[in-house]
Design a protein around this ligand. Sequence first.
Ligand SMILES: [Mn+2]
Length: 430
Amino acid sequence: MTSVMDASQVAAHNSKLLAQLEADYAALAGVLARRGQDIEALTAQARHFAVAVPSWGVGTGGTRFARFPGRGEPRNVFEKLDDCAVIHQLTRATPTVSLHFPWDRPEDAAELRETAAARGLGFDAVNSNTFQDQAGQQHSYKFGSLTAGRLEVREQAVQHNLDCIALGQALGSKALTVWVGDGANFPGQHNLRGALERYLDSMRQIYAGLPDDWSLFIEHKLFEPAFYATTIADWGTSFACATALGSKARCLVDLGHHAPNTNIEMIVARLAQFGKLGGFHFNDSKYGDDDLDSGSINPFQLFLVFNELADAALREPGLRPAYMLDQSHNVTDPIESLMSSAAEVQRAYVQAALVDRTALAAHQQDNDAHQAAQTLKQAFRTDVSPILAMARLRSGGAIDPVACYRASGYRDRVAAQRPARTGASSSGIV
Ligand SMILES: [Mn+2]
């Protein structure tokens, strides 16, 4: 395996921080031991945690108003893989990349797969894109894609998704995520029921093209770009469609795709209960689909999501939802944001493992609401940073990924190799 970053730089960084980490780790081990918890088991769990990086996340994102490009942005999918490899090399928590077609369409899929493997990376779910028109495209998606009133538009959108599956197969992916921006901006623009019937008809054709060992993830989103009525606006519609399609279809929860204050952890519990929890797009938000860094606004919500996942895992040991980040980085270095976000999701995972479930169940049975809430809060308040750092160190990563990355000068090097370009961006978000 070839490393993008010099391994000796990582080792030098770690040697400077090792004594401090060992002291913090020993102190936390003592705290946890008094609660009857084994830090080594938690560290082992943390080392197994993995979340996919979105290929579109390593470029600077934007808003509906403007995009301010960053230095040394990747110009093609191979340069995106280089940046993803740095993220995984330092965090050891992001071994897969989620691609977006046609933004990331390679001329030679075998070459892309080999390049990824040489970087120690694989591919997670592939994402189709029928929410914008591509150069040379015959039919426009301005008025919808899988739900479009015109048959030829729907056929084109279905074919694109089938092409994504074929490309994903060549790359070793096992899932297709479908998000459509389809919907209406005005009352009366759509027949609401007719649009969903056309969506299901299109999705049945895509589903029929799935290999046996593939999953189809349906991603819902409350609003935008359809501001009056988005066709797949909520988890209920997503669940109904996934149920209608079959066992390979499941729901994907993008944390930002809900109204403010929605109880997302309860949605997670519902989907898990009925066998339709497919995966996540992790991010954070204050108002809408802000696509801010995971855990940056409401880390308690992220913890509560993982608390439900920990509960579900006890009931269904085979449950393996796909974990992916989906963020837009407008004012930070995307590599730094993705490394920190992977660690924040991993933090929530470890904190959820700290919950004393026996005590929680007893408080629930006794109707002791105060102590039930405090049981969760104790786990959430525990600073598991030494566990995360030790997990990275033992897996060959960096004790402090962002500090190591900054000291390496990686951004300066790629800025010299990747001159800024104008024109099309492939760093959109979904
Ligand atoms: Mn998403």
